[in-house]
Design a protein around this ligand. Structure first.
Ligand SMILES: C[S@@+](CC[C@H](N)C(=O)[O-])C[C@H]1O[C@@H](n2cnc3c(N)ncnc32)[C@H](O)[C@@H]1O
Length: 192
């Protein structure tokens, strides 16, 4: 029988492979002019965080193996990662050309304000999806420390990024975005 830690490592690898291939693929389909190395989403802070996560995983596996034996966190992580991916890919496939990995500071002709589909219920569904996805990868690895770090890091990242992105959305779409913002929540705790 395969050990739980081994299944966790395989599930984690599958999750990363899917994420790092689907994101550039969708960018290639809808925003070919933006496609490049950055579309694979291996930023330095992200790689550092994943390095910390793998270090924790192997340290605990060697010195505190009992942490890696309960599969329930791993199952919960797999379910939440799938849910996070659904939200994020739902956002990308709804917004199409309007969804670019880099925040646009001026309006391109193909950029339209998206308020339908998943955007009707969630103001930043791609970010909410990632906010769920990232800490859940650490549930899959049964990493208690990295789970807390990823959750805080992802929260702070969006706490900083969303107001910045919205300044430009207001510049581009004016009243229309202000009204959309007033009626639609982000659903990320304490980020309005
Ligand atoms: C990485 S995408 C994230 C989109 C969105 N924040 C989300 O979480 O689904 C960033 C780009 O999406 C654009 N964007 C964000 N919300 C939008 C909306 N409701 N309609 C159209 N463009 C949007 C921004 O202008 C920015 O260039």
């Amino acid at each position: 029988m395969v050990d739980t830690w081994c299944i966790a490592l395989m599930a984690f690898s599958a999750v990363l492979i899917f994420y790092h291939t689907s994101e550039p693929l969708i960018t290639y389909i809808y925003n070919r002019s933006d496609f490049g190395r950055s579309s694979f989403l291996f930023s330095a802070p992200y790689c550092f965080a994943m390095g910390v996560a793998l270090t924790e995983f192997f340290i605990e596996l060697i010195w505190f193996p009992s942490i890696k034996k309960s599969p329930y966190f791993m199952y919960a992580g797999i379910i939440l990662v799938i849910f996070g991916e659904f939200l994020r890919k739902g956002a990308m496939l709804t917004a199409k050309e309007s969804f670019t990995h880099l925040i646009k500071v001026s309006k391109r002709k193909e950029h339209v304000l998206v308020t339908e589909g998943v955007y009707k219920f969630i103001r930043h569904p791609g970010y909410l999806g990632w906010f769920i996805w990232a800490p859940s990868t650490q549930l899959i690895l049964m990493n208690p420390i990295s789970f807390g770090l990823f959750l805080s890091w992802a929260w702070y990242f969006f706490y900083d990024r969303i107001p910045y992105e919205e300044q430009y959305l207001i510049n581009m779409f004016g009243e229309e975005y202000i009204n959309y913002k007033a009626r639609t929540k982000t659903w990320i705790p304490f980020i309005n």
